[in-house]
Unconditional design. Structure first.
Length: 441
């Protein structure tokens, strides 16, 4: 009997061999100037080899001012096309599709680069968690950034990639326009939902005008923003509801989007995304030093993480605002289900997936058409192959400890949950394997 997990997923312009996608995730292993390296190719190939049907890249800036951290490969210049061509070619060799995530950080970033220490946004309010300052975008700025997304899509197509995803989730620039909590504009890009959605709809139309109708375009959206779940975020209000996001998804599809990728939370990270049961604030108190001079709150936050009492309070807040460990797998399925009922295109869902029977049930119940997995594949790169061999779960599943997340601003991305390995040395060997083979030519 055929298994829905391994049935092809047909989008309007793209067919993917199975229902499991690698969700957006990577580390700081490219060059400071935003050009790519062999390490990124090695990273992506790990998952292609592991059996996923498609890889959705990590945050890929379409504009120099949209970068969130140095050493992430970018797509804002034609001279980046050969690198992305090499990524696509390497992944395609494993019968895996590659979708590039077109992104702009807006006011939300981790480590600013030398060229643009200040972000830009729908607002001029700094982000409440780190205090990253930003300029309110003018209409001319908006037009420029819309054009950058269209050029990013054109470059992805020229590189032979299989599609693009708009990063409209997790608090980055598109969310900053969509969000009722963040967007405080008085012009035609702020106020009612149809105005807040204008920016992203202009991007979709500009992409369609640039690349035509026959190139895959999907959008990742935070279906519910939960923007007031932490006390520092409360002053901005709860943000968009599911009903509002459903309306936005319908407009996106009308404008030419081929799929919706459902996420959650108005910021990144957010207690619900990536959801974790046991935030390691001690580790955070070390790696967060990378951010200490970036925002107006970051030095204060660092002190807070380094003090035992305030660190414990923060950890408790973070956990209370998140979801219990046994509810992490599929936490956004209820939102995906509602969106799927409202739109005519396939829906992907992200959040905690790592059990074949859970994914199978989500698809057969009609909650979504496929799932995307990030940490769970970092822990077990070959999880899809394990499912194909009949396993329901990996022997050592991802524990949702979020140590990969906490390490990522300073160290190479990888699974840092020591108890999943026979030794610390074995863990470090696995993390460092992303640098082999060494050269990109
Ligand atoms: C270290 C790290 C980096 C991430 N980077 C991105 C990103 O660049 N773009 C994005 O949309 N989501 C990003 N995510 C979110 C994941 O793609 C995914 O949606 C989320 O972690 C939930 O899935 P999971 O439980 O399988 O990890 C990142 C997550 C982690 C842990
Ligand atoms: S460090 Fe490993 S176990 Fe922990 S969340 Fe990341 S991938 Fe999962």
């Amino acid at each position: 009997m055929s298994d829905i997990l391994f049935e092809p997923l047909r989008f309007r312009n793209l067919t993917v061999k199975n229902r499991m996608f690698r969700s957006n995730i990577s580390g700081r292993f490219d060059n400071y100037d935003g050009s790519g390296t062999q390490a990124r190719i090695n990273w992506e190939v790990k998952f292609a080899r592991g059996g996923v049907g498609a890889i959705i890249s990590s945050f890929c800036p379409v504009h120099p001012r949209g970068r969130i951290i140095p050493n992430y490969a970018t797509i804002y210049d034609d001279d980046r096309i050969p690198f992305w061509k090499a990524v696509g070619k390497a992944v395609h060799e494993h019968d895996c599709r590659y979708i590039l995530q077109l992104s702009h950080g807006g006011r939300q970033r981790d480590v600013p680069d030398l060229a643009y220490p200040k972000g830009q946004s729908s607002t001029d309010k700094e982000d409440p968690l780190h205090g990253f300052e930003c300029d309110r975008m003018t209409t001319a700025d908006i037009t420029e950034v819309v054009g950058s997304f269209a050029e990013g899509a054109r470059r992805a197509r020229d590189a032979g990639l299989d599609g693009v995803e708009l990063h409209g989730a997790n608090g980055y620039l598109i969310t900053q326009f969509l969000s009722s909590a963040i967007n405080d504009r008085k012009d035609e890009y702020g106020g009612p939902l149809e105005n807040r959605a204008r920016f992203v709809l202009e991007i979709v139309r500009a992409i369609r005008a640039r690349v035509g109708r026959d190139f895959h375009l999907q959008m990742k959206i935070s279906a519910v923003e939960h923007n007031n779940s932490l006390f520092v975020l409360k002053r901005e209000g709860p943000g968009n509801t599911l009903e509002e996001s459903v309306q936005v998804c319908k407009w996106l599809v009308e404008a030419g989007v081929d799929a919706i990728h459902v996420s959650t939370g108005s910021a990144f990270p957010h207690p619900r995304n990536p959801a974790g049961a046991d935030l390691d604030v001690d580790l955070l108190s070390h790696t967060y030093a990378q951010l200490a001079s970036s925002g107006t709150n970051t030095f204060r936050n660092l002190l807070l993480f380094r003090n035992d009492l305030t660190a414990a309070l923060f950890r408790k807040q973070w956990e209370d605002a998140g979801v219990p460990k046994d509810q992490i797998e599929g936490l956004s399925l209820p939102d995906a289900r509602v969106i799927k009922k409202a739109v005519t295109v396939p829906v992907l869902c992200t959040g905690g997936f790592q059990t074949a029977s859970v994914i199978r049930k989500a698809i057969t119940d009609g909650d979504c058409d496929g799932v995307s997995m990030a940490r769970t594949l970092v822990a077990n790169n070959d999880l899809v192959r394990q499912f194909a061999a009949g396993r329901d779960q990996a022997e050592r599943p991802c524990t949702y400890c979020n140590k990969c997340l906490v390490h990522v601003v300073e160290h190479p991305i990888g699974c840092y949950e020591e108890k999943r390995y026979p030794s610390r040395e074995a863990m470090l060997r696995e993390v460092m394997s992303v640098f082999h083979p060494p050269a990109f030519s």
